[in-house]
Design a protein around this ligand. Structure first.
Ligand SMILES: [Zn+2]
Length: 294
């Protein structure tokens, strides 16, 4: 029986001449009936689709169907990457090569003016909506654009803060919230849920914003409460930024400005505000330069 022999890489496939003949027969059959399979390399440990094909004509029929399904998936994937390829080549032609000096200097170093903290949501890419070009913004994206306080354990957001503020010496930190944020919705829904998840354990960072929202907006609908919390959590993150001693120090010296932002993609508007330099931890958020772009 051939199958047990070909299922294991450790088995000597050449031990039996009969087995070798069977393999050659089916391989030839595959090559004739499914020419695209010739594109696949046959590794020393034979691939699963081929092993199934060797079971016989019935299995081979199923495998042909599977191969067609795989081809459809591969074709879809190929189309998606074809789009990316064209976009990349257009970027190279229209931006990179036309600004070669700029990109060559960026290859040596970066000195972005902004650290941007925004949500990972696919609809709120800050480079897309605010037009940041390569080298202009160091960007951190996480669920619900949250900044954890200094005291808690390590996180990638904290590492990005440390690097961008202390090494790159950015002049501005901009935390951008947004409409219909799934992370904030998860935060606001936590009362009704039990158990643990990575999302739950992360969005709990915004628990003070949730508490404030519940206290001042409990008369509103749940959707409106979420919208309130989306903005409240931005201010919570701004205050959390001040718990980092090296951020607080730079803010006090006027070397670093902290800004909040809110992008509403339902009506395409953007709010921006700046934290007062004299805002102190545990105080109410004091802001200035509030602007509304629409
Ligand atoms: Zn979000």
């Amino acid at each position: 029986m051939a199958m047990p022999l070909v299922q294991s890489c450790s088995v000597d496939l050449h031990k039996s001449l009969a087995t070798k003949r069977i393999l050659r027969t089916h391989l030839r059959f595959l090559e004739v009936e499914q020419p695209h399979l010739r594109l696949l390399n046959l590794p020393s440990c034979y691939s699963t689709p081929k092993l199934k094909a060797w079971k016989g004509p019935m299995t081979l029929t199923k495998e042909v169907v599977d191969e067609k399904e795989m081809s459809a998936v591969t074709e879809s994937e190929s189309n998606e990457f074809t789009t990316l390829k064209h976009r990349f080549l257009n970027f190279k032609k229209d931006k990179y090569l036309k600004n070669l000096e700029h990109f060559r200097s960026l290859a040596d170093e970066q000195s972005p003016k902004f650290l941007v903290i925004s949500c990972a949501d696919s609809r709120v890419c800050p480079s897309n909506i605010l037009g940041f070009q390569p080298g202009e913004a160091f960007v951190v994206r996480n669920i619900a654009n949250l900044v954890p306080p200094y005291e808690t354990g390590p996180s990638e957001t904290k590492a990005a803060l440390e690097f961008s503020v202390n090494t790159l010496k950015v002049k501005n930190i901009l935390v951008i919230g947004h409409s219909r944020c799934g992370g904030i919705r998860a935060l606001m829904s936590m009362d009704n849920e039990t158990g643990s998840s990575f999302i739950r354990n992360w969005v709990i960072v915004g628990k003070s914003a949730r508490a404030t929202t519940k206290a001042v907006a409990s008369n509103l609908s749940f959707d409106q409460q979420c919208k309130h919390c989306e903005k409240e959590s931005v201010n919570g993150s701004l205050m959390n930024l001040l718990t980092y001693p090296w951020i607080k120090d730079k803010v006090n010296k006027g070397e670093l400005l902290i800004h909040g932002g809110y992008y509403d993609f339902v009506d395409c508007s953007f709010e921006k505000w700046t934290l007062e330099n004299n805002t102190r931890v545990d105080d109410q958020v004091s802001i200035r330069n509030r602007e509304f772009w629409s």
